[in-house]
Design a protein around this ligand. Sequence first.
Ligand SMILES: NC(=O)c1ccc[n+]([C@@H]2O[C@H](COP(=O)([O-])OP(=O)(O)OC[C@H]3O[C@@H](n4cnc5c(N)ncnc54)[C@H](O)[C@@H]3O)[C@@H](O)[C@H]2O)c1
Length: 336
Amino acid sequence: MRLLVCGGAGFIGSTFVRQRLREHGDEVVVLDKLTYAGREENLQDLAGEQGFRFMRGAIEDPAAVAEAIAAAGPAQAIVNFAAETHVDRSIADPDAFVATHALGTYVLLEAARAGGLRYVQVSTDEVYGSIEQGTFTEDSPLAPSSPYSATKAGADLLVLSYHHTYELAATICRGSNNYGPYQYPEKLIPLMVLNALHGDSLPVYGDGMQVRNWIHATDFARAIGHVLEHGAVGEVYNAGGPDEEANIEVVRRIIELTGAAQSQIEHVKDRPGHDRRYSLSSEKVRALGWEPRVRFADGLAETVAWYAENGWWWEPIRSGEYREYYAQQYGRALQD
Ligand SMILES: NC(=O)c1ccc[n+]([C@@H]2O[C@H](COP(=O)([O-])OP(=O)(O)OC[C@H]3O[C@@H](n4cnc5c(N)ncnc54)[C@H](O)[C@@H]3O)[C@@H](O)[C@H]2O)c1
């Protein structure tokens, strides 16, 4: 298939691009704005590979989108990962979240409609909000609680409206919390791994009892590919990981894996409106033949090892803008 992958220089998008090129023989054009989280380093092992091309541009720019679709031969499908993805940043500064999720998704949908392209929107379990017990299905009501999840939910509704109104061949795939190599260090797991390795404190929000349903990025990327190939248009598919774990337990496991000290844990003021638990039922996508392959304990050990061995990837981040972000967010400087 000839794919336009938007946001393909990010954490999950780059994982998806690697799989589609190497395991499925697809041709892929990546369109990515390269925000602070988008990095060409995430794709550097693919540079020069047949069928792969990178273009820098924003999804809210119709000319850039048209150029990228044409460059893909033209593209047969658009898979949209492009997003602002950090809840803390959406609380401090929601602007870009609205522009990318609302306007950007609209521009892509219009381009897909004009070209008669298949469309897959990558979305999140956060659109359902928090659940104390049980799991969300695709029919659960949307109850997003942060500017991040609210703008993602808005984008999902726009996608479904394009199917309903214009018969666009669109599908949505909602994932639970992802982890794995190439994740920007503001997110829980890489944050804790790098802080643990550097002797920094490990800032845990509130009591740390927020429960997340962890999925390895390779499993989520395969689910998205599976939905692209086998999903019914106009449908939503949840893809959750095999294991749930409270944040504080994740931090304890990272301490064990890195040899850091329990005393590095520092409980800090909780995020405003912090959801307590996310949990997804994945029965619908499992019925299509997908299942997660990576158990959390194995995937976490492998992820910790990847960060420990790939300083070339995170050193420029830890010495750049991220230092200022971190100092502002947690009120203390990172160790060198
Ligand atoms: N990380 C998770 O736990 C998780 C879970 C479920 C769903 N998702 C969804 O998966 C997608 C990818 O998430 P991620 O964790 O890889 O995020 P990421 O922040 O690592 O990557 C996002 C990418 O989108 C690009 N981008 C941002 N705005 C853009 C714009 N306007 N135009 C073009 N490119 C733009 C960035 O440069 C970056 O490369 C997002 O849609 C996110 O909502 C993430």
